[in-house]
Design a protein. Structure first.
Length: 223
C-alpha cells in the first residue's frame, strides 16, 4: 500500500512538472474569450465527460453553443471567495485534444499570465489533468486486458479448430486404412484368380492337345 501511495505521489509530481498550460484566446459562442489552455492526455469524447464531471464540484454544468461547457457561478475557493463565470471548450487541435478555459473574476478581468490568481487557477486545472491521466492509464490498461482476453479467445477457438481438424484427419486416416486393407484383400483375390486362370489355361491347352491326338487317331483308323 505504501508503495502504491509513493507511486501515486511520484506520478502527481511528474504530471505537475510536465503539464504545460499557456495563456491564450479562443472564440466561444461567437465571442472572443481570454483565458488559458492545455492539452489533454485522452481522446475528446472521454475528456469532455471527465471535464464535466470534474466541474460538477464547482457548480451546475451547462452545455453552451458550439460545444462549449459552462458554469455560470463556479465556486472555486482556491481562486475566489465569490462565484466566477467559467466558460470552456474541448476541441481537436492538430491531432491533440485541447482544453481552453476562460475564468472571469470580474467584468473585464480574466485569468491569464500575470493575473494574481493565475497560479491558483493552473494548480486547479492540474488537479483535473492528474485525475484524467490516472483515468486514462486505467482505460489503457483495461484496453490491454480486453485485447489480451480477445487474443486468448482467438487462441482457444484456434485450439478447438485444431482438435476438430485432428479428429477429421483421424477419421479420414481410418477410412484410408480401411480402404487400403480392402484394396489389399481385393489384390490378393485378383492374384489368386490370376494364378487359377493360368492353371486353367494350361489345362485347356493340354485338353486341346489331347483332343487333337484323339481326332488324329480316329482319322487314321478310317484310312
Amino acid at each position: 500500500m505504501k508503495c502504491l501511495f509513493f507511486g501515486l505521489i511520484c506520478l502527481f509530481a511528474s504530471l505537475s512538472a510536465h503539464s504545460q498550460i499557456f495563456s491564450g484566446t479562443a472564440e466561444i459562442e461567437k465571442t472572443k474569450k481570454q483565458g488559458f489552455y492545455t492539452y489533454l492526455p485522452s481522446e475528446e469524447r472521454i475528456s469532455s465527460i471527465a471535464w464535466k464531471e470534474f466541474l460538477k464540484k464547482a457548480g451546475t454544468v451547462e452545455s453552451g453553443r458550439a460545444g462549449s461547457i459552462v458554469v455560470l457561478k463556479a465556486k472555486i475557493p482556491t481562486i475566489s471567495n465569490d462565484p466566477v463565470a467559467l466558460t470552456s471548450i474541448i476541441t481537436e487541435d492538430k491531432d491533440k485534444v485541447k482544453l481552453f478555459i476562460s475564468i472571469a473574476t470580474g467584468p473585464d478581468s480574466f485569468i491569464q499570465t500575470g493575473h494574481n490568481k493565475y497560479r491558483e487557477a493552473t494548480e486547479w486545472v492540474e488537479e483535473f489533468l492528474q485525475s484524467l491521466s490516472l483515468e486514462e492509464n486505467v482505460r489503457i490498461e483495461e484496453a490491454k486486458l480486453a485485447e489480451l482476453k480477445k487474443t486468448k479467445i482467438k487462441q482457444e477457438r484456434l485450439a478447438e479448430r485444431h482438435i476438430r481438424e485432428l479428429d477429421s484427419n483421424k477419421r479420414q486416416t481410418d477410412l484410408l486404412v480401411k480402404k487400403l486393407e480392402e484394396t489389399k484383400v481385393e489384390k490378393e483375390k485378383i492374384l489368386a484368380n490370376q494364378e487359377q486362370n493360368k492353371l486353367d489355361q494350361k489345362a485347356s491347352e493340354q485338353a486341346i492337345i489331347d483332343q487333337t491326338k484323339k481326332i488324329e487317331s480316329a482319322q487314321q483308323k478310317i484310312k
